[in-house]
Design a protein around this ligand. Sequence first.
Ligand code: 4NP
Length: 151
Amino acid sequence: MTQRILFVCLGNICRSPSAEGVVRVKAAQRGINLDLDSAGTGDWHAGEPPYGPMQNAAKARGYDLSELRARVVRVEDFGDFDLIVAMDADNMANLRRMRPEGGAEVKLFTDFAPEGSGWTEVPDPYYTRDFDGALDLVEACADGLLDALSR
Ligand code: 4NP
């Protein structure tokens, strides 16, 4: 069965579209079929493509995010997806509040970071300006997520 996974951050213009784009490429490389999307808990950027500097950093590594458009997370997502993956503890808390009984489970992306790495959330590059650092972590978590799905 094709797993449906939704990645969620705050604005849906940096971290979660990067996670979507990276997991899409890596899943295809491994021959794993996934339905992927991303969304934000905030609506400021709804309808916009990913943030320019984020797109540029991703493109340099072979991830084209240009077709993605931001949207806000909605209650229906808990029925439409099998797994919802939050980028940080605030996203997680907001998603837990929204989650209907029996809805998709919510996990942190860093739950899939390499064991002992110490990462507990994906720092927001919109504020840190460290787009490559965010991508390093997103790539590592993407590998961990795909390993978990393959088990
Ligand atoms: P993201 O980063 O949650 O990784 O997409 C942000 C981008 C924009 C804003 C917040 C976070 N903002 O407040 O505009």
